[in-house]
Design a protein. Structure first.
Length: 277
C-alpha cells in the first residue's frame, strides 16, 4: 500500500493546479483538501482498497526553490530546453497484516526518496501552455525508522504531454504520461523478494533481481478555479516482462488505479512572479 499510495499522491500532484501559459502568479499559495484514491495494495497485488486522504496544497515559485504540480524541488540549472532539479518523495508505511500475499512478512516501512531529475523539452507552444517533455527522475530510497535502511535506486523516465484549455472546455487541462520503471536489486527486493524464513505453501522463497519493472500510463484532468482546484487521474500499470514478474508476491500483471481530489486555496502571497515552467 505504501508504494501505491505514494504513487497515487504523486499522480494527483501532476494534475493539481493548472498547466498554463506564462503569466504572473502568487509567489506562494497554501490550501487544503481531500482525495479519494483506489488502487491495489502494491504494484502486482490483487487486493484493491479505497482511501480518503488529506491533500495539502503548497506552491512556491522562487528562482531556486520551487514547489508546485511537479513536486518539491531545487532548480540547479534551467534553460529553454533543459531543466535539472533536485526532487524529493515520501511514502507512508503499510502493515503486512493487511496484505494477504505478505501475511507474516515484515511490514513495509515509510520511505524517503531523493535524487536529481533532468527534464528535456521536445516541443512547447509559443504561449508555453502546451508542451511535450521527457522527465528523467533518478532517486535513492531509504526507509524512515530509527536506523534508516538503504533500499536502492528508482529510475522512471517518462514522456509527458500537457494540453491547456481543451477545445470547448476553457480552463480545463489534460496531462498524459507514459514510461518504463527500473529498480536496482535492493529496490526490487524490498517489495518482491521472499526470504526463506517467510516461505510457505503457495509462497516459495524468491530473490528479486535488478532491472525493468514494467510500464506506467497516466491520464490526468484538472481545472483551477479562483479559490479552489479539482483534479483526477487514471493510471494503468503493466508488469509484463518485469524482472520480478515471477515473484510469488505478484498476483496480477495489469491493473488500473484512479483518484479524484479537491483543494481550497486558503491564503496566497501579494507578490506576483512570472511563472513559465
Amino acid at each position: 500500500m505504501a508504494h501505491l499510495l505514494k504513487t497515487g499522491l504523486i499522480a494527483l500532484s501532476l494534475v493539481v493546479g493548472s498547466t498554463h501559459a506564462a503569466e504572473k502568479m502568487p509567489l506562494w499559495e497554501v490550501g487544503a483538501g481531500a482525495a479519494v484514491l483506489s488502487f491495489p495494495a502494491y504494484r502486482g497485488s490483487d487486493q484493491t482498497s479505497s482511501f480518503v486522504v488529506p491533500v495539502p496544497l503548497f506552491t512556491y515559485h522562487g528562482n531556486f526553490f520551487k514547489a508546485d504540480r511537479r513536486g518539491i524541488r531545487a532548480s540547479f540549472f534551467d534553460s529553454d530546453r533543459l531543466d535539472l532539479t533536485l526532487s524529493l518523495a515520501l511514502s507512508p508505511p503499510a502493515s503486512s497484516d493487511d496484505i494477504k500475499a505478505r501475511s507474516g512478512m515484515s511490514d513495509l516501512k515509510a520511505t524517503f526518496e531523493i535524487g536529481p531529475q533532468m527534464d528535456v523539452t521536445f516541443w512547447r507552444s509559443e504561449n508555453r501552455a502546451r508542451f511535450v517533455k521527457l522527465l528523467m527522475p533518478l532517486r535513492a530510497a531509504f526507509t524512515v525508522e530509527g536506523s534508516p535502511k538503504d533500499i536502492g535506486w528508482v529510475f522512471h523516465p517518462k514522456l509527458n504531454m500537457d494540453i491547456t484549455d481543451l477545445p470547448g472546455m476553457p480552463g480545463w487541462n489534460l496531462g498524459l504520461l507514459a514510461g518504463p520503471m527500473f529498480g536496482d536489486k535492493r529496490q526490487n527486493a524490498y517489495y518482491y523478494s521472499v526470504d526463506p524464513q517467510y516461505a510457505m505453501a503457495g509462497r516459495p522463497a524468491y530473490e528479486a533481481s535488478s532491472g525493468y519493472g514494467g510500464m506506467q500510463y497516466l491520464l490526468g484532468f484538472s481545472k483551477r478555479f479562483p479559490k479552489f482546484w479539482v483534479g483526477s487521474y487514471v493510471r494503468y500499470d503493466n508488469l509484463s516482462g518485469a524482472t520480478f514478474e515471477d515473484s510469488p508476491l505478484v498476483k496480477q500483471n495489469g491493473y488500473f488505479a484512479a483518484g479524484v481530489a479537491i483543494s481550497w486555496i486558503l491564503g496566497e502571497s501579494s507578490t506576483r512572479v512570472l511563472v513559465d515552467d
